[in-house]
Design a protein around this ligand. Structure first.
Ligand code: IMP
Length: 198
């Protein structure tokens, strides 16, 4: 089966591709499927936005489409930036600007606990939907550390490993990350779904 990955974030695509390819599923990008879909993320939950993205790409391509909606929820900031993680601080900021703003907003705040959340949704042309959620707990570091990953990785500290996400290899991150866990749960649901189709 061929799945279209409904994302334009190259680093996120690589993570999704690496994990989904291990499930024996053939994946392709929106460009490979000949579509270029701009989806307004108007939902207020990861579930809603993930469904919006997957549905739009499935409708445009006519193929099953998989989307991830993810973000960082910080306890002391009442769950912010949450579903607005990609837009935190407005359009003018890049990844570095966004995590710097987060560090600024966390100055003097306690606790520094946070979690990454990922919701993976697959929409099929026949209307069927599969969705799975993964979470990864951690804390917000006091300063950025590490060069790997993307987004808020340099400031997301995993206490059990004493490293930020940006200090982990791709394999180490995938093994514990919100996206890795969501994909694990997604794999189980997808296999169940495909078996029921036989
Ligand atoms: P989305 O494309 O709307 O799902 O945006 C998710 C945003 O959350 C990204 O742009 C990042 O800022 C952040 N994010 C999600 N997953 C990760 C991750 O694994 N590491 C770092 N930042 C992430």
């Amino acid at each position: 089966m061929k799945l279209v990955l409904a994302s334009k974030n190259k680093k996120k695509l690589v993570e999704l591709d690496t994990i989904l390819s291990q499930l024996g599923v053939e994946v392709c990008s929106e460009a490979d499927a000949g579509v270029d879909v701009e989806v307004e993320e108007t939902g207020t939950t990861f579930e809603e936005n993930s469904l919006l993205k997957a549905k739009a790409v499935m409708e445009a391509s006519g193929l099953p489409a998989v989307a991830d909606d993810s973000g960082l929820c910080v306890d002391a900031l009442n769950g912010a930036p949450g579903v607005y993680s990609a837009r935190y601080g407005g359009e003018g900021l890049d990844d570095t600007g966004r995590y710097r703003l987060l560090l600024e907003n966390m100055r003097g705040q306690m606790p520094r606990t946070a979690k990454f959340v990922s919701v993976i949704t697959c929409c099929f042309p026949n209307g069927d939907v599969i969705s799975a959620r993964g979470e990864c707990p951690g804390t917000i570091a006091f300063a950025p550390m590490g060069e790997g990953g993307f987004g808020y990785d340099p400031v997301f500290f995993v206490p059990s490993l004493k490293k930020t996400f940006a200090q982990l290899t791709a394999e180490e991150k995938n093994a514990i990350s919100h996206r890795g866990k969501a994909l694990e749960a997604f794999q189980v649901k997808l296999e169940e779904y495909l078996n029921n189709q036989k």
